[in-house]
Design a protein around this ligand. Structure first.
Ligand SMILES: *Cc1c(COP(=O)(O)O)cnc(C)c1O
Length: 835
């Protein structure tokens, strides 16, 4: 921790004042009561589901007490506190399962294990029954979930704000090698964790028009209102009594039944409001959503923002009486641009509902708001048609126009005569140029977020650097002091302690137990890395984890894999820039080499791929199908045997990641340099004792710098080389013509070797590779294959491999989300950051 952050944190409540330790007898009583409620009658055998609910209810009671204590403590802080209360707005929270984490945090694993055993069930068997709370697409949502854990652990006064989606990320099934999507009805059996807050309800308006009164004051008269009802999910700290809160909003109709219509017998009309409200709660948008149905997404964003800010203002008024100090006492953080309506809504509330003047409201807004960017791809930057705003959020549009007007006046003063600059930085894309399909005017949400924030950050050093050099170069010139980097991290509690109990116990014995709270204690492994006995113990733990995964692969896929083979793993969203296809091309090359030379000294490999493709992303789905086709051929070829297997585990999510990552020997982090903002999967793997084969991209770079580049298998063109190659005119065919191995791989796919002779199946995929290949797979292939050979060489020497793994783990101290949050506090959320 740096000195500034530790100073800021020293003023946090620590929870030490709350001394009530959790008595396991409290829980036993709560659990027995909850179980009786679950079973209705005594004496009946408890099902695992009933045990799960009973344990969850019992934990929830204890957490609710901690929640009340935490809130009381935070409310006493007042303005002297150097850390503002943080309001983390995110459309996604990819939480996964809760019970295992709650039991670990409350120190109640053994109590509950005994209680379950007494009912005839094992703890792991019951934990497995809990559905994942999968209210996120991938990395961005999982980051938000890790942050909630660190908020609690660090005692940061905070609220996470999100939506209570009925259906989370779709469940992925595989039929004939193709992805099929099914709804994820995660609350079908209820949600025993959530606490409804009947007293916390706010009205959120939509549509309508703006009225001007005699004094010239403007006021929005919405056509409709929805009620936002709060549900809290409580996240415990592991080393104090503090908790953090995820407050999720549920939309309800203001008047659920149109009674007149009901009496007329028109039941459809009678329920219309209810149906409209349900649509908000309905489904988490997968990241592929096309224009159809997008209006609903904007409504979801507006609903999240308005309810959260009304809640913040109500709390602030209760604590302070007036709004003057709102920006000094509160931080409002935007996790990407999805909640970027927040500054417009805060301005509206301050101006229209609380009668504040523009300059004061703007100054408060700028103090409060900060924004994290998650992607450099210009096509991924969120914009909304002005016409949609006019229909749905007319007053917000007025306010955005006014913000824009004042901002552009400033720009014109600073850079007189530079009309191009003004056009580029405007919050409104005036349309009619390339890259704006409809040619219609659109609101640029990232621009709004930047102009209204006092801090903007990227999520890894390279990403933050490219951000100010590329997509936000103009803004960085206008506001150089605003842009910062805060490299991502992951929580060691979930991703090491809970996911990998064997490795955790080994660490405890060798470096003590402190790493759970201060991950930099992993550094104590450095002097032990050359100890062969420790290396052996490490590999024994790894083998147990691999056995567990091998059992799962056999159970789910019917494929037997060799537990002593090298487990080579790539699990993440399926995306062209993440280059799962490059991985599959290498597998094919290896397959061909094995067939050509079966007696060579092959290092046996099991390649594991998992990940969901957005439902409208044709190329990503084709890659999934190819992985299945290739796996089917290789896994059933008797000439190959244990030397090579390729398996695809369906329905990737947090709990599957917790099973797979501890079993990995090799972590595939092979995105085209300059495309992966940070990655957090890379961190989870290294923490769990996998070595990384990776490009010079995202946080891979900082990891390599931390434990030594010679301890990572790096390969491929770096960002500048990628740019240079594109600048001179990249010709993928050239690489295929020059490389017989690559040619043979492409030919085999084209011929239909893996698609039962169907040479058409992958024509589009191959055409794209040969003619465009915008992610430079062809250019990086040869170097990737060489890096894979270096992997084999090291794996042949188990002592050297184990030493390298230990050195990787030793260097992972930086990549705890606790460190990330300390940096946010220091650079973004402290009162000090306001200058
Ligand atoms: C960590 C994590 C991610 C992010 O993985 P990347 O490899 O960084 O893209 C996505 N989904 C889940 C379920 C995760 O746990």
């Amino acid at each position: 921790m740096n000195a500034a952050a530790s100073r800021a944190l020293s003023t946090f409540p620590t929870g030490d004042a709350m001394t009530t330790p959790t008595a396991s007898s409290d829980l036993s009583v709560a659990f027995q009561l909850a179980l009786q409620r679950e079973l209705h009658v005594g004496g009946e055998a408890a099902s695992p589901q009933a045990l799960l609910r009973a344990a969850a209810h019992a934990c929830r009671e204890l957490l609710a007490q901690r929640w009340a204590d935490t809130q009381a403590e935070d409310a006493r802080r007042g303005l002297k506190a150097s850390v503002r209360r943080v309001h983390y707005l995110s459309m996604e929270f990819l939480m996964g399962r809760a019970l295992g984490n709650a039991l670990a945090a409350l120190g109640l694993e053994e109590t509950v294990r005994a209680a379950f055993t007494a009912e005839g069930h094992t703890l792991p068997d019951v934990l497995e029954r809990e559905p994942d709370a999968a209210l996120g697409n991938g990395g961005l949502g999982r980051l938000a979930a890790c942050f909630l854990d660190s908020f609690a652990e660090l005692g940061l006064p905070s609220f996470g704000y999100g939506l209570r989606y009925q259906y989370g990320m779709f469940a992925q099934g595989i039929q004939n090698g193709r992805q099929v999507e099914a709804p994820d009805d995660w609350m079908a059996q209820g949600n025993p964790w959530e606490v409804m807050r009947p007293e916390l309800r706010y009205l959120v308006g939509f549509g309508g028009h703006v009225e001007v009164d005699a004094g010239g004051a403007r006021r929005w008269v919405p056509a409709d209102h929805l009620v936002a009802q709060a549900y809290d999910f409580i996240v415990p700290a592991h080393h104090t009594q503090r908790v953090s809160t995820l407050r999720q909003w549920h939309a309800q109709a203001e008047a659920p039944i149109d009674f007149a219509a009901f009496c007329r017998g028109d039941h459809q009309a009678a329920a219309a409001h209810r149906v409209a409200a349900d649509a908000i709660n309905w489904v988490l948008y997968p990241d592929d959503s096309t224009d159809a149905g997008r209006q609903l997404r904007l409504k979801q964003e507006a609903f999240l923002v308005s309810a959260s800010l009304q809640d913040l203002i109500a709390r602030h008024l209760q604590e302070f009486g007036t709004l003057e100090q709102l920006g000094r006492a509160n931080a409002i953080h935007l996790n990407d641009t999805h909640p970027a309506l927040a500054p417009a809504e805060l301005m509206r509330l301050l101006l229209d509902e609380h009668g504040m003047a523009w300059d004061q409201a703007w100054s408060i807004t700028r103090q409060a708001v900060s924004y994290t960017n998650h992607t450099l791809m210009p096509e991924a930057l969120e914009t909304w048609p002005v016409r949609l705003f006019e229909a749905l959020l007319p007053r917000h549009l007025e306010i955005i126009y006014e913000i824009n007007h004042r901002f552009l006046e400033q720009v014109k003063q600073q850079y007189p005569g530079d009309g191009e600059l003004v056009r580029r930085v405007s919050l409104i894309d005036e349309g009619g140029h390339q890259g704006n399909w409809g040619g219609e005017r659109r609101v640029r949400m990232a621009s709004l977020a930047i102009v209204a924030s006092h801090r903007v950050n990227g999520v890894a050093a390279l990403h933050s650097d490219l951000m100010v050099k590329t997509i936000f170069a103009d803004y960085a010139r206008l506001f150089p002091e605003r842009f910062h980097n805060v490299t991502n991290g992951v929580t060691p509690r979930r991703w090491l302690q809970q996911a990998n109990p064997g490795l955790s116990a080994l660490l405890d014995r060798n470096i003590g137990i402190g790493w759970r709270q201060r991950l930099d204690e992993m550094g104590r492994l450095t002097p032990l890395a050359a100890d062969p006995a420790l290396g052996q113990a490490l590999m024994a733990v790894k083998r147990e984890n691999k056995q567990r995964l091998a059992d799962r692969i056999r159970r789910d896929l019917g494929v037997t894999v060799a537990v002593d083979s090298l487990f080579d793993v790539q699990i993440k969203r399926i995306h062209e820039y993440k280059r799962q296809l490059l991985n599959v091309l290498h597998v094919i090359a290896r397959y061909q080499a094995i067939i050509a030379n079966p007696t060579a000294d092959w290092v046996p490999r099991t390649v594991v791929i998992s990940g969901k493709a957005a439902s409208a992303y044709v190329m990503a789905k084709s890659i999934i199908q190819l992985a299945h086709d290739v796996g089917r051929v290789i896994n059933s070829d008797p000439r190959v045997g244990d030397r090579l297997k390729l398996v695809f585990l369906p329905n990737y999510g947090v709990s599957l990641a917790e099973l797979i990552i501890p079993a990995a020997d090799l972590s595939e982090q092979i995105s085209t340099a300059g495309t992966e903002a940070s990655g957090t999967g890379n961190m989870k793997f290294a923490l769990n004792g996998a070595l990384t084969i990776g490009t010079w991209d995202g946080a891979n770079i900082e990891m390599a710098e931390s434990f030594g580049e010679e301890h990572m298998f790096t390969f491929g063109l770096r960002t500048e080389a990628v740019e240079a190659l594109k600048a001179v005119g990249y010709e993928p065919r050239h690489y295929v013509e020059q490389n017989a191995q690559l040619r043979a791989v492409i030919d085999a796919i084209s011929r239909g070797d893996f698609s039962q002779g169907d040479s058409g199946r992958y024509r589009a995929l191959v055409d794209k590779l040969l003619n465009q290949d915008i992610y430079l797979l062809m250019a990086d292939f040869a170097d990737y294959v060489k890096a894979q050979e270096r992997v084999d060489d090291l794996f042949r020497d188990p002592v050297a491999w184990a030493r390298c793994v230990l050195l990787n783990m030793a260097g992972m101290g930086l990549f705890s989300s606790d460190r990330t949050i300390e940096e946010y506090v220091d650079r973004v959320w402290s009162a000090k950051s306001l200058g």
